[in-house]
Each structure stands twice: as structure tokens, then as C-alpha cells.
Design a protein around this ligand. Sequence first.
Ligand code: ZN
Length: 185
Amino acid sequence: MRVYINPGHDLTYDSGAVNPNSGLRECDVAAKIGGKVKEYLEAAGCECRLLQSDNLYYDSDYADRPVAVCADANAWPADIFVSIHCNAANSAARGTEVECYNRMSDGGNLAQCIQGQIVHALKTVDRGVKEMPGLAVLKHTDMPAVLVETAFIDNDDDARLLVEDWDKFAAAIARGVTDYECSLQ
Ligand SMILES: [Zn+2]
């Protein structure tokens, strides 16, 4: 299976959400988890491609990264697409959710596989699978695609998990992908 991994935001241009107390940045957490997901999935026999960039669909001007993430995934082509983010709200909200274009689809199935593995492994609050058809990475990708909101980076309890157990998030995402792969056979 060919898996496209897209850690959210950008290490240089866009931190994403930031924990107000520790300064923990979403882009760094996503990069770390995404890199490890790639390692785990390659060890499991998947082919992986990873790109972290805010140029999602020719909607931002990155001279150094002229290829947009969704176009790159479509051209490769990937079998599935996994974007990795941290959520943020009001410092009180916590938990994990995985977003997909349409719940009743392969993308919805992939989302449920990853959601189940993360909630089981990390004991995070289960916010469930959500349909968000307006998200660029879900709308402009041709293959089953999900956006993983690992945990809330602006909540100090969730942020601690992201710092101490980032590797478990990566392992759980990878297991979700392999569960999905098995469900197809
Ligand atoms: Zn994000």
C-alpha cells in the first residue's frame, strides 16, 4: 500500500497552534509523529511519501515548494492519504478525532481504524470520526483521505501526552493504517 503522510503546517512559515504555557508547536509535533509513522509503515511493508507544506492545493505561494501537497499525492499516486495535526480550542477541550470527507466510504473506514487505535492506546477522550468535506486535503485528494487531530495542544494534559507519548501516537496511526489494509482483503 502506498501511503502519503502530510504533517500539518510548516516548520518555517507556519507553526500551527501553540501551547500558551510551554510554547509547544503543532508543526513540530506533527513532523515528529509523521516521520515515525513513515518508519513504522515502511517496516510493515508500505511505501511512504511525506511532505509537510502549507501549499495544499496551489493556494499558497511557496517558491521553494512549487508542488502542492494534494497534487503531489494524486500524481504519485497514493492509495491513502494521512494528514497529521493537533487540535486547539479553549485550553479545556481534550481528546482525539479523525476527520474524513464522507463517513460511509473507504476514507470513513480508514478514519475509524485510526481513531480506534489512538483512543485505545493513549486513552484520550473519544471525540469520534467527523465529516469535514470542506477541508482542502480531504476535498482535493483522489484517494481515501483522513486528517488526524491527535490531541489538543492547548490543553496541558493532552499536550503532555503529545510530548511524552508522541511515539505511541505514531504507532497507533500506523496500526490504524494496517488495520484498514487488512479490512480490504
Ligand atoms: Zn493543524
